[in-house]
Design a protein around this ligand. Structure first.
Ligand code: C2E
Ligand code: SIN
Ligand code: SIN
Ligand code: SIN
Ligand code: FE
Ligand code: FE
Length: 412
C-alpha cells in the first residue's frame, strides 16, 4: 500500500518512465503496472479503441503470475469487444464514464452492462471488484479503456476500489492517453517507413516486423536478467530495441524489387547486392542523436553477423561498405565480426529474424513447421548464433509462440 502523498506525486508524474516510453507495447505494460500500483490492484487489462471496437491488448495478473515458474510470462490471447453498453469495457468506452463495481457477480438490472465470466472460467481466476475507466485525451477522445481488477487491502484481502481513488485515476488516465496517442504515432511513423520501403505486401511486412521486434525484446530481457544488468538499463534498452528491431531490414529500401521480390533463390551476385541492406540501413541512423538511433544503427548493421565470424557485412565503413582501415582480409573483403565483437542487439535480432524467416513463408520459400525450424537453428548453435543466447531463446519458446499468435500472417 502507498500513502496519499506518494500517490499524488506518482500521479503527477505518471512515473517519468511512462512519459518517456516511446514504444506502444512497452508503454501499455508500464501504464498498467503503475495503475495497479496506485490502486493496489491484483490484476488489470488495457483495451485500445479501434473505430467501433475495443481491442484487448495487454493484461497482468499477479495471482496467476505467481503460479508460473520465475521469469515466465503470462500467456494471453487478444479479442475484440464492441463499443456498446453490453460489456463493462464497452460501456466505459461508449459513455466515457468511470465504472466502480464492488462485485461483478452481483450486478443488478440497474446497470446496462453485464460481466462476461468466460475469462474467469478459462483461467480459474475469480474476478470480484472492478474499476474500469476510459483513457481520454485532452480533446475528450477515448483512445482506450483500462480495467483494474480486485483491489487488495493491507492484509491481501480483496476489497472494493476506493471512491477517493477515482480522481487520481482520471488524472492518470489522461496522461496515459496522451502518451498512448504519441506512441501510436511513433509506431505509425515506423510502419509507414517500412511500407515506404515497399518490402512487399504491407500486411505481411507489418506482422514480420512486429514479431521480430517482440521476440527480440523478450530475448534481450531474459538474457540481460541472467547477466544481472541493472533494471533501469534493461527497461531503457527494451524500449529502444523494440522500435529498432522493427527497422532491422529498412535498408532493403535501397535494394531493387528485381532482387528483393525474386520468386526464386538469389544467385551470388544478387546476394552480394542484397547484403548491402545492412550498412545501407545503418546509414539512416548514423547521426546517432538519440538512444533510439544508436540502437537502430547497431541492429541494422549487425543483424547478419555470425558468432563464428562468417556473417556480413563485417568490419566495414557503413558510409562506403568498404573494409575499415586495417581490416582488409586476403580476398579484399572485410572480415566478419565474431563472438562478443558483435553487439548484443545484433546477436539478439539475428536469432529472432532467422526464427521468423524460417517460420513464415517468403516469396522464395514455404513456411517450415516448428520442429524443422528448431532443429535447423540448434544445428547453428555456436556457428550462426551465440550459443548461450540461443539456449535462452529456446527456454522461452512459450512466449515466442504467444507472440506468433498475437501477430498472425494476414494473407489475402
Ligand atoms: P529474410 O527472408 O528476412 O531472412 C533472414 C535470414 O533468415 C536469412 O539471412 C537467413 O539467415 C535465414 N533464412 C531465411 N530463409 C532461410 C532458408 O530457407 N534456409 C536457411 N537455412 N536460412 C534461411 P540471409 O540469408 O543473409 O538473407 C537476407 C535476406 O536476403 C533475406 O531476409 C531475404 O530478404 C533475402 N534473401 C536471401 N536469400 C534469398 C533468396 O534465395 N531469394 C530471395 N528472393 N531473397 C533472398
Ligand atoms: C521515430 O519515430 O522514428 C522514432 C522516434 C525517434 O526518432 O526517436
Ligand atoms: C547494448 O546497449 O546492450 C548494445 C550494445 C552492445 O552490445 O554492446
Ligand atoms: C523479409 O525480410 O521480410 C523477407 C524478404 C523476402 O524474402 O521477401
Ligand atoms: Fe536482414
Ligand atoms: Fe527480416
Amino acid at each position: 500500500m502507498i500513502d496519499e502523498k506518494k500517490k499524488f506525486q506518482e500521479v503527477l508524474n505518471v512515473g517519468l518512465e511512462v512519459i518517456q516510453t516511446r514504444d506502444i507495447d512497452i508503454l501499455l505494460e508500464r501504464i498498467l503496472t503503475k495503475a495497479r500500483y496506485l490502486t493496489n490492484a491484483d490484476a488489470g487489462s488495457i483495451y485500445i479503441k479501434d473505430e467501433s471496437k475495443l481491442l484487448f491488448r495487454y493484461t497482468q495478473n499477479e495471482t496467476l503470475q505467481k503460479l508460473l515458474p520465475p521469469g515466465k510470462k503470462l500467456i494471453y490471447s487478444t479479442f475484440t469487444v464492441p463499443v456498446n453498453n453490453q460489456s463493462i469495457a464497452g460501456y466505459v468506452a461508449n459513455t466515457g464514464q468511470v465504472v466502480n463495481i464492488e462485485n461483478v457477480y452481483d450486478l443488478t438490472d440497474s446497470v446496462p452492462f453485464s460481466f462476461d465470466p468466460s475469462y474467469d472460467r478459462l483461467s480459474g481466476y475469480r474476478t470480484q471488484s472492478v474499476l474500469c475507466f476510459p483513457l481520454k485525451t485532452n480533446t475528450d477522445e477515448v483512445v482506450g479503456v483500462l480495467q483494474l481488477i480486485n483491489a487488495k487491502n493491507g492484509h491481501g484481502n480483496i476489497v472494493p476500489f476506493l471512491p477517493e481513488d477515482e480522481p487520481f485515476v482520471v488524472h492518470f488516465a489522461n496522461n496515459a492517453a496522451i502518451a498512448i496517442e504519441r506512441a501510436t504515432m511513433t509506431r505509425d511513423i515506423i510502419l509507414r517507413m517500412i511500407k515506404m520501403a515497399e518490402l512487399r505486401d504491407p500486411m505481411e511486412t507489418g506482422a514480420h516486423v512486429n514479431r521480430v521486434s517482440s521476440y527480440s525484446v523478450e530475448l534481450y530481457e531474459a538474457w540481460a536478467r541472467l547477466k544481472r544488468i541493472n533494471e533501469a538499463e534493461i527497461e531503457q534498452n527494451r524500449d529502444v530495441l523494440k522500435m529498432a528491431a522493427m527497422l532491422h531490414d529498412v535498408g532493403k529500401v535501397a535494394i531493387t524489387d528485381l532482387i528483393l521480390k525474386k520468386p526464386a533463390r538469389l544467385n551470388s551476385s544478387e546476394y552480394e547486392i542484397m547484403k548491402r541492406h545492412t550498412y545501407l540501413g545503418a546509414r539512416l541512423f548514423s547521426h546517432q542523436r538519440s538512444d533510439f538511433d544508436r540502437a537502430a544503427f547497431l541492429v541494422t548493421l549487425n543483424h547478419h553477423e555470425r558468432w563464428d565470424g562468417h556473417g556480413y557485412p563485417g568490419f566495414v565503413d557503413y558510409a562506403t561498405g568498404e573494409p575499415l582501415p586495417g581490416y582488409k582480409s586476403n580476398d579484399g573483403n572485410a572480415p566478419g565480426k565474431q563472438l562478443e565483437e558483435i553487439p548484443v542487439f545484433g546477436r539478439v535480432v539475428a536469432i529472432c529474424d532467422v526464427f521468423d524467416a524460417l517460420s513464415s513463408g517468403r516469396s522464395y520459400k514455404e513456411a517450415w513447421d516448428e520442429e524443422r525450424v528448431l532443429e535447423t537453428m540448434a544445428a547453428e548453435k555456436g556457428k550462426h548464433f551465440d550459443p548461450e543466447m540461443l539456449d535462452i531463446f529456446f527456454s522461452n519458446l512459450e512466449i515466442v509462440r504467444n507472440i506468433m499468435q498475437l501477430y498472425p500472417e494476414m494473407k489475402g
